[in-house]
Design a protein around this ligand. Structure first.
Ligand code: ZN
Length: 219
């Protein structure tokens, strides 16, 4: 059997997880399995778990653990995940992590790498609270990291730049708090199992972070 890459990606809001996920998937040929997309796909395919998830999603309720786990189980059983996967947004709790371990063990597999994109909370706040987009063309800016040429207006069309309502500093601090509370136990769980690795993203460009990710996945 070839070396498997059964990878979990962890990182706070604004840590650049999406960019890293895209690159990992492209280089290592892994299916990118994100919980949100997975639930929507299961619903679209009308699988048993998908139909169950749909009931919760339509009523606006949180999809319970056993349903999310069922959807992950179905997805990991598909042929393209047989030699590896990149999990994103799952597990979120120790209970989910234990269930994942149990289902992989049944299949004679295990989690091989847990990659944490580690960015200090203060920088995450700066990154997200600094996001702006053009009200006209939608082009994205960051007042700290990628500012427009003239304050508050788009380089391309001179239209006003706006901030998403949930990108204000208070909301961002809340989201980061929730992420940290949720993730800290998982970090401990995977560190104990010897599979946790950190890529330091503070003040780093996506290329510099990815160089670290490559080293982790090569090991
Ligand atoms: Zn514009």
């Amino acid at each position: 059997m070839s070396t498997q890459h059964n990878v979990i990606l962890l990182g706070g809001p604004g840590a650049g997880k999406g960019t890293q996920a895209e690159r990992i998937v492209a280089e290592f040929g892994l299916p990118h399995i994100s919980t949100g997309e997975m639930l929507r796909a299961a619903v679209a395919k009308g699988t048993r778990m998908g139909l169950e998830a749909q009931d919760y999603m339509q009523s606006g309720a949180l999809v319970p653990d056993e349903v999310v786990i069922g959807v992950v189980r179905e997805r990991l059983a598909e042929p393209d995940a047989a030699e590896g996967f990149l999990l994103d947004g799952f597990p979120r709790t120790i209970a989910q992590a234990e269930q994942l371990d149990a289902m992989l063990t049944e299949a004679g597999r295990k989690v091989t790498h847990v990659v944490l994109i580690d960015v200090p909370a203060e920088e995450l706040v700066q990154r997200i609270a600094g996001r702006r987009s053009c009200s006209q063309c939608g082009k994205l800016y960051n007042v700290t990291f990628d500012p427009p040429k003239a304050d508050g207006v788009c380089d391309l069309d001179g239209a006003e730049l706006v901030q998403r309502a949930d990108d204000n500093e208070d909301t961002v601090r809340n989201r980061i708090g929730v992420y940290e509370d949720q993730t800290a136990p998982l970090i401990g769980y995977y560190a104990e199992r010897g599979v946790l690795e950190s890529a330091f993203g503070g003040g780093k460009l996506p290329d510099e972070v990815y160089a670290q990710v490559q080293q982790i996945l090569a090991g």
